[in-house]
Ligand binder design. Sequence first.
Ligand SMILES: Cc1ncc(C[n+]2csc(CCOP(=O)(O)OP(=O)(O)O)c2C)c(N)n1
Ligand code: SF4
Length: 471
Amino acid sequence: MIKHTKPSAFYDTFERKGPGQKTTHYCPGCGHGTVHKLIAEAIDEMGIKDQVIFCAPVGCTTLMYFYFDTGNMQCPHGRAPAVATGISRTLDDSIVISYQGDGDLAGIGMSEIVHAANRGEKLTVFFVNNAIYGMTGGQMAPTTLIGQESKTTPFGRDPIRDGMPIRMSELINTLEAPVFVERCSLGTAAGVLKTRKAVKKALMNQKNKKGFSFVEILSPCPINWKMDAIQSRKWLIENLEKFYEVKNFRDKDTSIKGQGRLPFLSDDELLKVLDVTADTSSDDDNNRVDIGEHKVKIAGFGGQGIMSVGVLLANCAKNAGFNSTWLPSYGAEMRGGTAYASVVMSNDIIGTPVVDTPDVLIAMNSPSLDAFENSVTKGGTIIVNSSIVSRKVTRTDVNTYYVPATAMANELGLTATAAVIILAFYAKALGIFGVDILKAVVPISIKNKKYIEANLRAITAGEMFFDDYKK
Ligand SMILES: Cc1ncc(C[n+]2csc(CCOP(=O)(O)OP(=O)(O)O)c2C)c(N)n1
Ligand code: SF4
């Protein structure tokens, strides 16, 4: 006897924006709802609800997180297998599902799925193939059939113009690592029951830590196929199933063999492997200033050593006993734009390395001051490389300093040390860590040993300039 109930893997209710909406997000006759139900039932039967983490990218697939009361991770378009890899490798007992559409998996994310499958990641991929880009209104996908009309192939897909449809299950089946590859179809009730079995099997494989399972599900998208629910099932059987053979391609017990994952390394071991010099600072919390979270943006153009000074600053913070992050951002402009490094230091764990509102802005050129002056927090600090930036800071609610760093660096014989001069000035002005730390970290941070001396001279110059500045 089949008892129809709502699987507990679904939320009891779902909220939709806008008044009076009593329908699901999916169009009538859409296959996503059926696939959801099959997955939710399998989760219930296996009792794995608390272990499941869905990775859904962009597409109608994404809407699944309104329904599944499990772990859910929204991923960038096509990148669910990469995100899922990270989760699966980090959380050993998780059951990670990559839930993807055909535009997403076979178009935008082709590379991610092939490499995740080739590595035999411990994942279950449900690939809902409706032969079209659904969410965006029916453009041609890599899986669109020859002759099939879509928004972008109004005269039908042509093999010469548009390429041949890609059979993903066959492609994945050429790789050695996957343990399970099956194509199913929602065309008939029997097909749905077979899909149900494949869904459960693919999840079981992961529970039993067998490896990578791939289930392709041929699924109707009535709205974009411009059919009603019944016509679309018929079209699916008569067309999609003809080109995409419904069958099990592979069902193995084991995946590729190898050394496997490296053991987790202690911090010291990791530093050694990464060839990073150990922390020379004191672990004594009492020696640290309480800075809460301190965010710095160092901005300029390429060649000014912006990124390496960012690393230097993050290393100084680390050596002073803080947590720190460094995040580079290379401007999109080919010329004349800004590249910047974001550095966050904190007494506590750092939530994000992104710096939108810096406490300190180091503006090494004019576009940087123009771009970021207004983002500095009230009461923050702006240090300007006045050799290059001719204008003054207009804000009156921040501390401002003008350091002719490029001219000073030229005098020292190494223009590229301008940002280091400012960093020494910053260390003195802000007092978060001493210049002694900066001097100690330079030989560690700067890989090319012949520049160490020049950088130490630059630090002294920045330090002296600050002492004179105050007078
Ligand atoms: C980087 C990026 N490119 C394109 C889009 C637009 N986009 C949103 S959904 C979608 C189609 C997804 O189609 P598919 O993966 O087939 O899933 P379906 O909606 O059919 O379930 C596209 C192209 C986007 N949001 N982001
Ligand atoms: S657009 Fe297609 S895939 Fe998306 S909900 Fe509607 S029928 Fe389903």
